[in-house]
Design a protein around this ligand. Structure first.
Ligand SMILES: NC(=O)c1ccc[n+]([C@@H]2O[C@H](COP(=O)([O-])OP(=O)(O)OC[C@H]3O[C@@H](n4cnc5c(N)ncnc54)[C@H](O)[C@@H]3O)[C@@H](O)[C@H]2O)c1
Length: 452
């Protein structure tokens, strides 16, 4: 028992005086901002990533993540306390390690745990007594206890005594100008009370507030609840858009008026579908886990069904609007405006724009795209390059489909120069009527900016 106390006390004091070496596994959207916060807090940080190109770029002082300015990476490298490496053995130097590797879904929508397992195996190979390991990747309840803990114990280490293991979901919202890694409260659930105490101390060293919960499973479920909540509510308003379309009611007017209620209502907006690495995927981690327990998560399944059908709804809107102009989709020229999955970011993962483009092309349209944040993207091995949002391009298009509502785009010019605009985000509401016929996600066609 004396050893347990001294191991814990030793690690806590290392965290307190910043002599602990921190490892971050996976230097992507989540891991790199976190690594920067630890450097900023005064720690020596080893960022381990299997992607040597990313490692090389970071050591050359270049950021590959939009939310982390290159100047911040340069400053971190200049302190001499930040090292990016692809050498697994460097993890041996670490006293605390956060894991931020991808947790995608397989083609059958089952969790793909390969990255987490590979990171856990790497840690186990390099582990030593007095190490704290925190999993941050979004995952199903039970992962920390079932996959991480046994790997460390197989090395002869006792969790809660020699090593300290916790789950702490990353909640970063890329592109959010107000909330970053530092000022978003961090939920922490440990295998034992000592685990949660150490992991909490670790994050409190660089994050404004920590919310301890009683177990890793609770912490794992917190993240899934947050993103399932979003998926379900987006599904609800997407269905409302379809309802409004059939009733001939302005969906935006209904939502905005409902949002004036000062209590009991939270505003969500409809759109062309959901994207990114979180909301389309995370709820399926829970659905999968519950299938193994013979329970069907109906809200998750229903929201997924509605949200994933939205690109088809958008394409039908395009087809109907072209039809009004005596044009077929086949052979039409369509400009997709915005391919990032949400406003003012450069991430196209799971973006509904990709489905919209694919569905339009399947129907024979000639599709180009413009996105101020995405010059090109790769899909199934092919690179697609964007076009300028020129007057010629707008005039060339039989239809412009606004999929992402980036703030910097001159939508008035789009409405003035295009012939037909399908606006899935209501960004043209309130603009001066232009040349274009404007069609909304839930409305008929009209020659005004305001979309219903
Ligand atoms: N992107 C977001 O907005 C966000 C928000 C909250 C939570 N998350 C979750 O955080 C996790 C990470 O997501 P991300 O968006 O940062 O992913 P990402 O793809 O941007 O970055 C992951 C990095 O991990 C590296 N990597 C993969 N396997 C590795 C291994 N075995 N060892 C070392 N490095 C490895 C990759 O090369 C990549 O650089 C996921 O579980 C995701 O669901 C993401």
């Amino acid at each position: 028992m004396a050893d347990v106390v001294s191991m814990k006390t030793h690690l806590l004091s290392q965290i307190h005086d910043r002599s602990a070496v921190i490892g971050v596994i996976g230097l992507g959207y989540v891991g790199l901002p976190l690594a920067m916060e630890f450097v900023h807090a005064g720690f020596r940080v080893i960022g381990y990533d299997v992607n040597e190109r990313v490692v090389g770029q970071l050591m050359a002082g270049q950021s590959h993540i939009q939310d982390v300015p290159t100047a911040q990476v340069q400053a971190a490298v200049a302190t001499g306390r930040f090292t990016a490496t692809a050498v697994e053995a460097r993890l041996k130097e670490c006293d605390a390690i956060s894991i931020a590797v991808p947790t995608p879904l397989s083609k059958t929508r089952d969790p793909d745990m390969a990255y987490v397992l590979s990171a856990a195996d790497a840690i186990a190979r390099q582990a030593h007594p007095g190490l704290c390991v925190v999993l941050e990747s979004t995952t199903y309840p039970g992962t920390t206890r079932e996959l991480l803990q046994p790997r460390l114990e197989a090395m002869g280490l006792t969790v809660g005594q020699d090593v300290f293991v916790a789950f702490s979901p990353e909640r970063v919202d890329p592109g959010n100008p107000v909330y970053s890694t530092k000022n978003t409260p961090k939920v922490v659930g440990g295998i034992t009370p000592a685990c949660v105490e150490i992991a909490s101390a670790l994050y409190l060293s660089c994050i404004d507030s920590v919310v301890p919960v009683s177990s890793p499973e609770a912490a794992e479920l917190v993240k899934l609840l947050e993103n399932t909540f979003r998926a379900v509510n987006i599904g609800l308003v997407n269905e409302l858009a379809i309802v409004c379309d059939k009733l001939g009611v302005n969906v935006w007017e209904v939502i905005n008026a409902a949002a004036t209620k000062p209590f009991g209502f939270m505003k969500f907006t409809p759109g062309p579908g959901i994207g990114g690495h979180c909301i389309p995927l995370d709820p399926h981690y829970l659905a999968w886990k519950m299938r193994t327990l013979n329970y069907k998560t109906r809200f998750i399944d229903l929201a997924s069904e509605i949200n994933s059908a939205m690109p088809e709804w958008v394409v039908q809107k395009v087809a109907d609007a072209l039809n009004e102009e005596r044009k077929a989709v086949r052979g039409s020229r369509v400009l997709v405006l915005g391919v990032a999955y949400k406003r003012d970011i450069d991430d196209v993962r799971e973006s509904p724009a990709l489905d919209v483009i694919r569905l339009l092309e399947e129907r024979g349209a000639h599709v180009e795209f413009h996105d101020p944040f995405v010059q090109e993207f790769r899909e199934e091995g092919h690179v697609r390059k964007g076009v300028e949002l020129s007057g010629e391009m707008l005039a060339w298009s039989d239809a412009v489909v606004i999929v992402t509502d980036h703030l910097g785009v001159d939508y008035q010019r789009v409405v003035d120069l295009a012939t037909l605009v399908v606006d899935t985000r209501n960004v043209t509401a309130g603009l001066t009527p232009g040349r274009a016929q404007v069609v909304g996600l839930a409305s008929g066609s009209r020659k005004v900016g305001a979309v219903s």
